[in-house]
Write a protein that binds this ligand. Structure first.
Ligand code: F6R
Length: 346
């Protein structure tokens, strides 16, 4: 049932290219929902955990590409902070399981005040029955507790939604994502070797700017969940506002820096942490000589993956890194302690 892989998580990471391909077949459904929804002046994403990180990417897309003001709210905070809903607001609820209690409660509260759309992986789950509109991620069942292929499928639906609402040029680039992911998966041996050299540290930092910032948060969440190593994701520009005090000799800092307008600024942040002794793990374009030069370790991805589509591709090596660190530490990545696949209590 694990298809020859040692763990479901590893199998599910390797299924990411096909999860994206299958989700792209939902294009007609996306067009249909966009037509039904009609005019939208504001977007409000609501989700938890990894689904929240997918939502954050949505904010960069809707605001950056379409100029639609977008909020992203943690479902557990929704009742304390969702003031701006009205009939021209589209509230988007992202949930792999469609059963997360916090997300369902927020959905119920929003249904009478806004247009609601649920983006869900599990067919027929509660969120699909309660939302006014539904789109499915076509990732197939995910057994590993840590979300992997469902995350990239959620991102795929969000990108399609943005394409359908006014940025059709995204679709060509989305079509190439599975191929970029396949290339990233081929480098697994290098990542396994890297994991073996950093499995006994106590802290890890992940930094990124713009589209790379949600990737930093998601990379850190994967690490915490399955390796029990303390991992923090930061917007690279926030470093000097506090976290830099924690950077010491040998602390791994994963610097996520795809080609794009943020590249040079992130590189200066890399120089700052390096000057304080950090061990820099650069994640960038394979032809990025400047990042490679500043980094102790380097994970190279296809140069055609720019910052806008980077969330879909740059997360792949980070998931693999957490997976291999977990295995290296003798843990079971499929069953992290204290966590459940589906959180049905508040
Ligand atoms: C992390 C993870 C959790 C879920 C969160 C929301 O790997 O799996 O953070 O993303 O519990 O779950 P859903 O998406 O089912 O609402």
């Amino acid at each position: 049932e694990k298809g020859g892989y040692d763990h479901f998580m590893l199998k599910e990471i390797h299924e990411e290219p096909s999860a994206v391909r299958d989700t792209l077949t939902e294009w007609d459904e996306v067009l249909g929902v966009v037509e039904e929804i009609g005019e939208v002046e504001r977007i409000c994403f609501v989700a938890c955990g990894t689904s929240y990180h997918a939502s954050l990417v949505g904010k960069y897309l809707f605001e950056g590409l379409l100029g639609i003001p977008t909020d992203v709210i943690l479902a557990s905070e929704f009742r304390y902070s969702a003031g701006a809903l009205n009939d021209r607001t589209l509230a988007i609820f992202i949930s792999q399981s469609g059963e997360t209690a916090d997300t369902l409660n927020a959905l119920r509260a929003a249904n009478s005040r806004a247009k609601t759309l649920a983006i869900v992986n599990v067919l027929g789950s509660s969120a699909t029955r309660e939302a006014q509109h539904v789109l499915y991620t076509r990732a197939g069942p995910e057994i590993g507790v840590a979300a992997t292929k469902t995350y990239v499928s959620q991102l795929t639906v969000i990108y399609m939604l943005v394409a359908a609402m006014g940025a059709p040029e995204l679709m060509d680039r989305l079509g190439r994502v599975p191929e970029f992911m396949e290339r990233a998966l081929k480098d697994e041996d290098g990542i396994r070797e890297l994991a073996a050299t950093c499995s006994d540290v106590s802290d890890f930092f992940f930094i990124g700017r713009g589209f790379a910032y949600p990737t930093a948060l998601e990379g850190a969440l994967k690490l915490k969940e399955i390796t029990y190593i303390h991992g923090e994701g930061y917007a690279a520009g926030e470093l000097k506002h506090g976290p830099l005090a924690l950077i010491d000799n040998g602390v791994p800092v994963v610097a996520i820096s795809p080609p794009g307008p943020c590249h040079d600024k992130t590189l200066s942040n890399v120089e700052e942490v390096r000057a304080r002794g950090a061990r820099v793990i650069g994640v960038g374009s394979i032809s990025d000589e400047s990042l490679r030069k500043e980094a102790d370790d380097f994970i190279g991805l296809d140069p055609e993956v720019d910052d806008v589509i980077s969330p879909l591709v740059y997360i792949v090596p980070l998931q693999l890194l957490s997976y291999h660190v977990s295995v290296e530490r003798g843990l079971d990545p499929d069953k992290p302690k204290n966590l459940a696949k589906c959180v049905t209590v508040e």
